[in-house]
Design a protein around this ligand. Structure first.
Ligand code: COS
Length: 393
């Protein structure tokens, strides 16, 4: 099924975004990867997306163009359009794309020139797989409560503890990892490190199986040794860096949810026009028309919040205002993922028994969408963020 591109005419976008959306919408339906082994498929998607230049939107070009990016800076509207279009076709392709951006985002924001040169071009070409390690068994929504720690002796850091729910865990080449460097200082005592997968004392072998398979693992650090050059950003500046990275990628999660919702709506429309029932088609029933109307409005309202969040961030970068977009990104993520869940559920219901048959598109979308309401900040965390912002304004 070919994704529609009519939303690209909205004034949030410029010709660069329209070009990306149209090229990707033409390219992606031709791509087919066997996704029965999620880890293998994810690696294959990274290679394919890298070789076809799509991953170049996950990193900036850099001042001399040497960082591998397609655009001068990370562009939120490009990320949203790319994720929406990829997720329409394959949520795993979207996952593979998104993790390259999220996993390297903190290097883009705070890496030294040497760190950026060592990682970003290889992320952009798909030659290095990236991961973002923030959550812990006892610190998910309350990210500041993490306990994995790093202690410095001489020029060497030693990390102990564990991280869990780490996307790309076990297949990544490096993990941007956030750990406590001052236990007494709460969120002001966290520092980021770039941990290469082969670091001594790092074990990434504990795979976690989930309802919509994608690579996910628990990481264990047992006296994991890192040299001082792996520190990313300021000492104790890790929490803000993690939050700034999430500010960019939360709006793109909304883009992914939007792509899945658009696909479910397209499947529902197509099915309802073909399915014969009581001497007419399903689409001839007013009940069906009302549902399709509700689904379309849920999709469009999510789209407008998503594009607004992305536009707002890009505009802040362009004007140098660098306004925080935390609340806008949270609204987009919350609304798009919640609306997508409802749209997909309605599409599945419209398919009747076929909707729950393993292998139909709405059945897999029903499983695919669920984790988006949880990861990168659950809906309840987004409500908290928005509520705090409104009360402070
Ligand atoms: N950009 C820049 N700085 C930010 C920020 C942002 N988006 N969000 C918070 N900060 C800063 C605050 O300004 C504050 O700075 P000071 O210490 O200078 O005052 C500091 O970070 C702590 O902020 P806050 O008090 O709001 O932190 P909380 O511990 O209350 O946590 C939530 C806030 C719940 C919003 C945060 O823990 C969160 O986002 N949790 C979800 C984590 C998540 O998404 N996990 C999934 C991981 S990826 S799958």
């Amino acid at each position: 099924m070919v994704p529609s591109t009519s939303h690209l005419s909205l004034p949030f976008f410029d010709d660069v975004h329209r070009g990306i959306g149209q090229r990707l919408a033409a390219w992606i339906p031709q791509q087919h990867i066997d996704e029965s082994d999620d880890r293998l498929a994810c690696k294959e998607w990274v290679q394919l997306l890298g070789a076809s230049n799509w991953l170049r939107y996950c990193v900036p070009a850099g001042s001399d163009g040497k960082l591998g990016g397609a655009l001068p800076k990370l562009d939120s509207r490009a990320l949203v359009i790319l994720r929406e279009t990829l997720a329409f076709h394959s949520p795993l392709a979207d996952f593979a794309f998104a993790m390259q951006g999220l996993g390297s985002g903190a290097i883009t924001l705070a890496g030294t020139p040497a760190q950026q040169a060592a990682y970003l071009p290889l992320v952009a070409s798909g030659k290095k797989i990236a991961a973002f390690a923030l959550s812990e068994p006892d610190a998910g929504s309350d990210a500041g409560a993490m306990s994995t720690s790093a202690v410095k002796v001489g020029d060497e850091w030693t990390i102990n503890g564990s991280k869990t729910w780490i996307s790309n865990g076990g297949i990544a080449d490096f993990y941007v990892t956030f750990v406590k460097t001052d236990h007494a200082a709460g969120t002001r005592g966290i520092t980021a490190f770039i941990v290469d997968a082969n670091a001594q004392g790092l074990d990434t072998s504990e795979h976690i199986a989930v309802m919509a398979p994608h690579p996910l693992a628990t990481l264990k650090f047992a006296n994991c040794k890192l040299d001082a050059a792996t520190q990313l950003g300021a000492l104790h500046g890790g929490f803000k860096l993690a939050m700034q990275t999430l500010d960019i990628f939360r709006a793109s999660v909304a883009g992914a949810a939007l792509g899945m919702a658009r696909r479910a709506l397209a499947e529902a429309v197509s099915h309802s026009k073909q399915r014969k029932m009581f001497g007419q088609t399903l689409a001839d029933f007013q009940l069906t028309q009302a549902k399709i109307g509700e689904m379309a409005a849920l999709v469009d309202s999510a789209a407008l919040l998503t594009y607004r969040a992305a536009w707002f961030r890009d505009e802040g970068e362009r004007t140098g205002a660098n306004t925080r977009v935390t609340a806008e990104a949270a609204m987009a993520k919350m609304t798009a993922t919640e609306n997508a869940q409802r749209v997909i559920d309605m599409a599945l219901q419209m398919h009747g028994g076929l909707g729950v048959k393993v292998g139909t598109k709405v059945e897999s979308l029903y499983r695919d969408i669920r984790s988006l309401r949880i990861y990168e900040g659950a809906t309840e965390v987004q409500q908290l963020i928005i509520g705090k912002a409104v009360l402070q304004s």
